[in-house]
Design a protein around this ligand. Sequence first.
Ligand code: SF4
Ligand code: SF4
Length: 387
Amino acid sequence: MKNDTSRRNFLAAGLALPAAGLASTTSSPNPPAPAPPQAAAPSGKISYRTLGKTGMKVSTVGMGCMITTDSTVITRAADMGINYFDSSRGYQGGQNERMVGAALKSRRKDLFISSKCDGPWTGASILAQLDTTLKELGTDYLDVWLLHGLGNPEQITDELVEAQRKAKQAGKVRFIGMSTHNLPNIVDRVIETKLEVVQPQINYTSPGATYLPAVEKLAKAGVGIVAMKVMAAARGRRGGPPAPARTANSWAAALKWAINNPNIATTVPSMTDNEQLDQNFAVMGQSFTDADKQVLSARLEEIKPYFCRMCGQCSGQCPKGLPVSDMVRFAMYADGYGQFALGRENFQRMALEHQQVRCGDCTECTVKCPNGVHVAQQLIRAQELFA
Ligand code: SF4
Ligand code: SF4
């Protein structure tokens, strides 16, 4: 009974929305010289919002290019008025930036492009990566340059931030920031180091009690928020019961949940085809309704064995020291997004001693997830796939 009550409270908190709704959004923006839409746009009103103190007027639905392989979808998104595109040095084995750059080349000055750097985490390494990024994208500058996927404040070192500032002074990037799967952890360090943009994993599954205040605090400090993984993708385990397919309704509701938070300037859902692009585009300007809330509550129940909400409550519970939430995410890259290589790359970045652990050797898993993730099953899945 106690667990049920806790779960209901969690759902209520996670699905709560700031009262302001779409108040700060404009549907008649003045983004930097947006080209008129050239592609047939589905019904839906494009909306723009300011990305913190950067002043950039970004479409509330941007485009995550991580798993896009058809470059015409990217070009069409730009033609429709979407103006924020997110890539990373490491996506698709280093090939993603080249495709994104080619797709957007003719309209570069009208658009905002973001990319990220990975370890090794030294100033020299990330600056070298930036030069490769610019070359691959075929551009002289990035609008937003992010340290990729850092979850602890200690990882945001003075050396890295200094290197980012150096790149900014050199005109290679306009604004600097980081992406993270653990937003509440890094808020104070972001403000302290004066990073300008944060791209967190945040969605309707995120613990509202910690994630919503974190977003609000950053927004108040003028930090631009770009929400990623807003769809909370999850699929079933091979050999186990399949998770329900994502429906257009649950996609739309999840995206609405994010863009109706005025502290989130834009979102970067992954898109692979025109159908997804049209679905996501149509969500702009729509309110998050009680019906959406019901759809997401039901969806949350369905995905809970597979989807980590990054609440951090299992931290330190594994006696073998496994980074449980990270490993659940790695399995999700393969099973939820179809990105086996991305999952494997992340897995192989773990300490060797952690890569060598086999959860099947434990008689019982001591890690208890209060949100219903089948931890041992998901970690065994990651080990089967990537070890
Ligand atoms: S596995 Fe469960 S307890 Fe651990 S971070 Fe994810 S949701 Fe929280
Ligand atoms: S089964 Fe559980 S306790 Fe054992 S190694 Fe895996 S996560 Fe740790």
